[in-house]
Ligand binder design. Structure first.
Ligand code: NAP
Length: 520
């Protein structure tokens, strides 16, 4: 069995004990083990702070852009190998693995292009300079400089490549060294990504380190110039963000957590119309892509109340076609959940959801998967629930079941009701609205927009052109209020700001402009 290693202080560290076992979720075969025991986290931080940070800060955006370009290339060159690891450890079908891996290389390439445009500068200016007194003898200008600490990235199990790459792209381009920690249970793909980058000798020493296994006392050592970016469950986020030292030193913490994303069918969308078909196709895909293990997956489906039966039947017809099983079998369209714990948690969650809704398709128990040994594998059939009282659906609005599970909910066809029911989720990453009526969508936005980080509009005019609501694109914001963690990632320059310190420079206009590199 392979032993995964951490990459720290410029060398590979293999632990001697304390191992967690990684399994193939389709067969339950043991494939690797991981542990971080024996790592001196003080040394790891010092290595990043003393070597990686200064080297990156000495580079211009254009030079850092070159690093990201090469990282993207190396991962792309090993796409097939990485997809195979994702199949083995995450149970990903080829399209699901590509969603993760191509997302990783695409995001690195996007930020590389952005760095090139930012050019031969080591810091950014923000906004226009402003006169602060009667004359230009007193002037102000905001600038953004790299923070002189370390970016610690803790990722969830579901995106082993993209999770690492989307965070690393922003931090490295901003000029901060990275310590990345994938979820232990699915660390196989991330470990290989880092190994490929290290073997290609692309980055300055100390710019990128990897921890497989737990983080020991790493987080207790973070201070005022460091950044912690976390993706995972709301419970872990709450525990981490309340750490005494992080609070005391106001360490920046960004959280991407649970989200009960809603898809809303507008009242104008007739059965059989292109927008209706888009709605059905995308909702079914959002439920089943990566076996529903996506923070952006649709969990609640809001439908005008007199259309509930029609939508239920049409969605079930699509879900019935999904073949669940071992992605090694070519007929399979949906793989297993990633771990035994995830399956147990999903089954517990389904039991909870049934306090406010009833199952109309699928079921609340493990199934055997096509192409998998009998009795083995963490398979769950696509499962659709229905509640006929959206405002009293209880756990449907606060329990994320991280699997191929969603609930149909009725609303009275008004934008106000749709927005109110959507907002019961307590803050989401994305809300998708399927409608061709700009007035109705506008009303929905006025009432509900602040409860979500992104509104995706599916309409006749975008059929065939969009990747669906589940794709977190680097150009636009990924993050949402409330339950979704309150964080902000990606979104072009927005994603860099976490790693940059904004400060105002005040003085005479001539001097300020000279310091900020602005033409007077
Ligand atoms: P999790 O159990 O909270 O774990 C997330 C990460 O936190 C893992 O790397 C885990 O490491 C680490 N961790 C746990 N306890 C820790 C501690 N005491 N100190 C340091 N690190 C610790 O979540 P998960 O089950 O992997 O992920 C599923 C959740 O992530 C879902 O709720 C989903 O909504 C959310 N998610 C959100 C987004 C988003 O962008 N908003 C994206 C993907 C997933 P170990 O594996 O070693 O325990």
């Amino acid at each position: 069995m392979k032993t995964l290693k951490s990459y720290v202080c410029g060398r590979w560290h293999e632990a001697a004990s304390g191992f967690a076992t990684l399994v193939n979720p389709s067969t339950e075969e043991e494939i690797a083990r991981a542990s971080s025991q024996g790592i001196d986290f003080g040394e790891v931080l010092a290595h990043a702070r003393e070597k990686g940070g200064p080297a990156l800060r000495a580079m211009t955006f254009a030079q850092r852009s070159g690093l990201l370009k090469e990282m993207s290339r190396v991962l792309r060159d090993h796409r097939d190998e990485l997809l195979d690891l994702s199949r083995q450890n995450n149970g990903s079908t080829a399209p699901d693995g590509s969603f993760d891996l191509d997302g990783a290389t695409g995001t690195l390439a996007f930020y590389s292009a952005m760095g090139k445009r930012l050019g031969d500068r080591t810091f950014l200016t923000e906004g226009e300079g402003v006169q602060l007194a009667k004359t230009e003898a007193f002037w102000g200008q905001h600038i953004l400089v790299p923070r002189q600490g370390v970016a610690v990235h803790i990722n969830a199990f579901n995106f082993p490549a993209w999770g690492f790459a989307e965070k690393a792209a922003c931090a490295l381009l901003a000029g901060m060294p990275v310590i990345t920690k994938p979820a232990t249970a699915t660390a196989l793909t991330t470990e290989r990504c880092i190994e490929l980058i290290v073997e290609a000798n692309l980055l300055p020493e100390g710019a990128l380190q990897l921890i497989v296994g737990n983080t020991g006392d790493l987080l207790d050592r973070l201070g005022p110039q460091d950044v912690l970016a976390f993706t995972g469950s709301a419970d872990t986020a709450k525990m981490l963000r309340s750490k005494e030292n992080l609070l005391a030193s106001c360490t920046r913490v960004n959280v991407e957590a649970d989200s009960l994303n809603a898809a809303v069918l507008g009242p104008d969308v007739a059965a059989g119309s292109p927008t209706f078909d888009l709605f059905l196709k995308e909702v079914a895909r959002e439920m089943t892509q990566k076996a529903g293990q996506k923070c952006t997956a649709v969990r609640r489906i809001l439908v005008p109340q007199d259309r509930m039966d029609e939508v239920q039947d049409a969605l079930i017809a699509r879900l019935e076609k999904v073949v669940t099983g071992n992605p090694a079998d070519p007929s399979v369209r949906m793989g297993p959940l990633a771990t035994a714990n995830q399956l147990e948690d999903a089954l517990r969650g389904l039991a909870e959801l049934q306090q406010g809704a009833r199952i109309v398709h699928g079921g609340a128990k493990r199934i055997d998967g096509v192409g998998a040994p009998e009795g083995k594998g963490f398979f769950l059939a696509p499962t659709l629930l229905r509640s006929d009282d959206a405002r009293n659906a209880g756990p449907v609005h606060d329990r994320e079941v991280f699997g191929p599970v969603a609930t149909l909910l009725p609303y009275d066809a008004t934008a106000t009701a749709a927005a109110e029911v959507m907002a019961l989720g307590g803050g989401t990453l994305v809300t998708s609205v399927y409608s061709d009526d700009a007035g109705w969508i506008g009303d929905f936005l006025v009432r509900g927009a602040s409860a979500t980080g992104r509104v995706y509009v599916g309409s006749q005019s975008s059929v065939g052109e969009t990747p669906g609501s589940g794709a977190a694109l680097p150009q636009t914001l990924h993050g949402g209020p409330g339950r979704a963690g309150g964080g902000e990632e990606l979104g072009g320059l927005v994603g860099l700001r976490l790693y940059l310190q904004r400060l105002a420079i005040q003085g005479s206009k001539t001097l300020v402009n000279e310091l900020a590199g602005v033409a007077s």
